[in-house]
Design a protein around this ligand. Structure first.
Ligand SMILES: *[C@@H]1O[C@H](CO)[C@@H](O)[C@H](O)[C@H]1NC(C)=O
Ligand SMILES: *[C@@H]1O[C@H](CO)[C@@H](O)[C@H](O)[C@H]1NC(C)=O
Length: 328
């Protein structure tokens, strides 16, 4: 019996490793949404909107940089790349850390994730919060939005380079946070800055069309890169595999307590993160491999998930179990 179990485990592991090497085959149609109100059936083989993509590549004004501080927690000041006076006359303070928040697909500045994270950060600490709105591309089809993500990310990187150049704000005081497709946006921003930003956090980085995509979020995009995976199942919206320095898999990383829909599993990533900014109470336990993550048999060291700590450093796979309701 023991031998049989052992054999099964070997076969399981061998299959898992083998799968990594083969082409990921996506279903033709998949249901996706980063926004509560619209669950959409997406044709993953649709043609991207080339005209829109060309405009996204050309025109930087498709992205908006909205500054919130403790002096203006509700009404944003808009910053623009190369508008130096605009930055000088704004409430941006280069001596304080800067948190950048990037939403996902079918979202804009008013999406829940922006509001929840801005609020959590400004209550906790005196920082600059910059919400990047990329609604023009984010409101297009999923295939188009995915194709334009690297360009949007590079623009964000160039904007932060500008901010650094004219204010002296160090990259070591910047924390870039993205949800779903936004996680790959901040990854590309970090890459544009040659991995010099202190921290990049991906909240359930999007999975469909990203698993083997060279432009996806990766561990070299910042000094420390963290990912929190909450909807990584076969039909999940998250990527579900380790791509960062430290990868956290709350409740195993594929389904969340109190959730019945993929949308709920997916959004739990930013809900947990917002809660961690406030309470910093999630203790991850290091795992040796993904099987331990799934079976909840991790026995390694403790490492905190999430929080706003700019000097956080670490690596590995981690699991933790959470409650079903805020603060989880
Ligand atoms: C997507 O959602 C629709 C409507 O809720 C459902 O009929 C369909 O089976 C779903 N498709 C997939 C691939 O899950
Ligand atoms: C901003 O200024 C830099 C340096 O002068 C320049 O290389 C870049 O093209 C400008 N960007 C935009 C969007 O105007």
């Amino acid at each position: 019996m023991k031998t049989l179990l052992y054999l099964c485990l070997v076969v399981y592991t061998a299959t898992a490793v083998h799968l990594k090497d083969v082409e990921v085959k996506y279903p033709h149609y998949i249901n996706l949404s980063d926004n509560d109100e619209v669950m959409q059936t997406v044709d993953l083989e649709e043609q991207p909107d080339i005209e829109l993509l060309e405009d996204i590549f050309r025109n930087p004004d498709n992205n908006r940089y909205l500054l919130y501080t403790r002096d203006n927690p509700l009404v944003a000041q808009t910053l623009q790349i190369n508008n130096t006076l605009g930055v000088y006359f704004s409430k941006f303070n280069a001596w304080k850390p800067t948190v950048v928040i990037v939403h996902g697909w079918l979202s804009d500045r008013n999406t829940e994730v922006n509001i929840a994270l801005t609020d959590a950060f400004l209550r906790k600490s005196d920082v600059n919060v910059i919400v990047m709105e990329w609604r023009r591309l984010a409101l297009s089809g999923y295939v188009t939005a995915t194709s334009g993500v690297p360009a949007v990310g590079r623009r964000l990187g160039q904007f932060l380079e500008f901010l650094h150049r004219v204010t002296g704000a160090p990259f070591e005081s910047m924390h870039l946070i993205g949800y779903s497709l936004g996680a790959h946006v901040v990854g590309n921003a970090g890459r544009e800055l040659e991995g010099k930003v202190a921290r990049v956090t991906g909240l359930d980085p999007a999975g469909p069309l990203w698993n083997l995509n060279k432009d996806r979020l990766s561990s070299s995009d910042g000094i420390y890169v963290e990912a929190i995976h909450t909807d990584g199942g076969v039909l999940g919206q998250g990527i579900g595999s380790a791509i960062a320095d430290a990868d956290f898999f709350p409740n195993g990383g594929t389904s969340q307590p109190g959730c019945l829909t993929s949308f709920c599993h997916h959004k739990r990533a930013w809900e947990l993160f917002a809660s961690s900014v406030t309470y910093d109470h999630f203790l991850g336990r290091e795992c040796s491999n993904m099987l331990q993550v799934s079976l909840n048999t991790c026995r390694g060291k403790i490492f905190k998930m999430g929080n706003g700590d700019i000097s956080k450093r670490g690596s590995g796979l981690y699991r933790l179990n959470t409650d079903r309701r805020y603060p989880f």
